[in-house]
Design a protein around this ligand. Structure first.
Ligand code: GLY
Ligand code: MN
Ligand code: MN
Length: 366
């Protein structure tokens, strides 16, 4: 791991050099975890990794958080105490480094950035998240094995739910609670999201589970996931509660599955991300359902649940081996129901590998 962290840091420094950025500030975020190997809590107290283009890094942390970081291998661990002015400490460090152009990641809070800018007049500030995202976009073998672990755990939790779970007569919240228990028992670090959207609620792609009692015949969009050692799984299935009653739903389900499979079949290195999105959309158009597909086809997955590459209109970037993306077309009919089927796929030298193993067939659960 230490070698991999050193390699990531070296690549960031090369990127800073080619963009004439003298030092990077990385606040608590997936970027921070990627570069330090540690999660950090986002809070009103300043925690920041300072990466100069050359020379040692500084990890500036609140003293009470510092025991977690004592093994920081790439430079100084500077602690500040409640009552100190951490912005002043950070500004002085940047003055010592003579940083004229300062890169800032997206999660470095405005509440810290604006006072820092006031303190360091005449310096240029630049957004560096795109540079770090470019480092993170292709997964290493070690990252891929953690993603596989996360996804296998979600598959296992879903298999348990299909065997033991009930939908009809239970509230969305009750179902979400049971699924969340299964996800934790299978070993996810936490449940990051657990969408249970029944009947007309399923027409809202990111519905929050509520007190609606699931009725016989309801399609139920279930979108579950969370991290394993920081790396995210994300999967959606749309079973029907009880008996399938609406023939339009069964037709739409098959159309979404066809779109999903067509997108999967088209994924390989070199194909532009937007092309994969278009292929899924074209399949739905042949079924008269294009308007009902209201979001992008997919997103990258890693230390964040949504990260580049995005499979979306306008993204001409080609797929590359080692990228990990979701394939998640959906159809949403307001007032009626919705359907989404979501898998995670890794792009390989030869084409693709589907990491999600849960079956796709339309399922009726009691
Ligand atoms: N669940 C679809 C998206 O957020 O892209
Ligand atoms: Mn999802
Ligand atoms: Mn997703």
């Amino acid at each position: 791991m230490q070698n991999e962290l050193a390699h990531r840091l070296a690549r960031l420094r090369t990127a800073l050099g080619s963009h004439q950025i003298d030092a990077a500030l990385v606040g608590p975020s997936a970027d921070f975890r990627y570069l330090t190997g540690h999660p950090a809590s986002e809070s009103e107290r300043l925690t920041v990794l300072v990466v100069p283009r050359e020379g040692e890094c500084t990890l500036l942390v609140p003293e009470l958080e510092s025991p977690k970081f004592t093994d920081f291998p790439f430079g100084r661990l500077d602690r500040w105490r409640d009552g100190d002015d951490p912005i002043d400490l950070l500004a002085r460090r940047l003055l010592d480094l003579d940083a004229r152009t300062i890169g800032v990641n997206d999660e470095f809070r405005a509440g810290f950035l604006l006072p820092l800018q006031e303190r360091l007049t005449g310096r240029r500030f630049a957004r560096i998240s795109p540079l770090i995202q470019e480092l993170r976009i292709v997964k290493s073998p070690a990252e891929l094995s953690l993603l596989r672990e996360a996804i296998a755990r979600v598959d296992a939790a879903w298999a348990r739910f299909c065997a033991e779970g009930r939908l009809v007569g239970r509230t969305e919240r009750q179902v979400a609670r049971q699924l969340s228990e299964f996800l934790l028992e299978e070993g996810l670090d936490e449940v990051a999201f657990c969408i249970v959207a029944s009947g007309p609620n399923a027409a809202s792609p990111h519905h929050e589970p509520g007190d609606r009692i699931i009725q016989d015949g309801d399609p139920v969009v279930i979108d579950i996931g969370g991290p394993y050692q920081g790396y995210y799984a994300d999967m959606t299935r749309t079973p029907v509660a009880g008996t399938i009653r609406d023939p339009d739903f069964a037709v739409a389900y098959e159309a979404v599955l066809e779109a999903q499979q067509a997108a999967f079949a088209a994924m390989r290195p070199g194909v532009p991300c937007e092309e994969i999105d278009r292929i899924a959309r074209d399949v739905l158009a042949t079924h008269g359902l294009a308007e009902a597909f209201t979001h992008r086809l997919g997103h990258g997955l890693g230390l964040s649940v949504h990260e580049p590459p995005y499979l979306v209109r306008g993204n001409r970037a080609p797929l590359r081996p080692g990228m990990v993306v979701t394939d998640e077309p959906g159809v949403y009919l307001a007032g009626r129901w919705g359907v989404r089927i979501e898998d995670v796929v890794v792009i390989t030298e030869e084409g693709t590998e589907r990491l999600t193993r849960s079956p796709h067939d339309l399922l009726a659960l009691p």
